[in-house]
Design a protein around this ligand. Structure first.
Ligand code: CO
Length: 210
């Protein structure tokens, strides 16, 4: 049997299992989704958001890209963000990075990897913002881990710069923004930073007429 055929077989077993104790399971999920969380994570296959947070289908709206970036020209992310905030009314947005992120490591190097160079430029910009701090870290892995953390904090800040978030904060006192890092080596999530609704943001990014 091919590997992809195993996926289809596993799916049949899983679907059957769900309705053993709860015959209404799929009918209920099909009717409505009301997730409380939007997850913005890395595409890395080792960071499956539902599994590591013990959440079930219907509990988390998800956007994943390489190195979990919040880029203000990314129509895909902005669409997900607006839909989650305005229509699904999520209460929490979690930006989750992870140690050992290949995207962050690539951004730290001086190699060109093709199209992705333009994407990773956003991480190089974070590096430049804290160049002094990084220069003081001698070890390559430690510097990469710190860049993972700094980038997550920057992406949370990027969320708060958007009109989608600022408008929601004015009208509804939500969502609450969170920056987390996941450890591939121990399976643990570490909270890094959080911004409550209406939280501090530099004047220059604030819109007074939303
Ligand atoms: Co990654």
């Amino acid at each position: 049997m091919n590997s992809y055929q195993k996926l289809l077989l596993s799916n049949r077993a899983w679907a059957a299992e769900q309705i053993v104790d709860d015959p209404d399971y799929f009918a209920r999920l099909a009717r409505i989704q009301r997730p409380e969380f939007l997850w913005i994570g890395c595409s890395d296959s080792r960071v499956p958001e539902n599994q590591i947070t013990g959440t079930l289908p219907g509990e988390m709206f998800v956007h994943r890209n390489i190195a979990n970036l919040v880029v203000n020209t990314d129509l895909n992310l902005l669409t997900v963000l607006e839909y989650a905030v305005v229509y699904l009314e999520v209460r929490h947005i979690i930006v989750c990075g992870h140690y050992g992120c290949g995207g962050v490591r690539a951004a730290m190097s001086r190699h060109s990897f093709g199209l992705i160079d333009a994407w990773l430029r956003n991480i190089k910009d974070v590096y430049r913002l804290h160049e002094g701090e990084f220069a003081a870290i001698g070890d390559d892995d430690a510097r990469c881990s710190r860049l993972v953390e700094r980038s997550v904090m920057e992406q949370v800040l990027n969320l708060s710069k958007t009109t989608v978030i600022q408008r929601a904060w004015q009208g509804h006192q939500r969502p609450h923004l969170h920056g987390w890092v996941y450890g591939l080596g121990d399976g643990l999530l570490r909270p890094l930073c959080d911004v409550k609704p209406g939280g501090e943001i530099s004047e220059i990014y604030r819109y007074d007429d939303l």
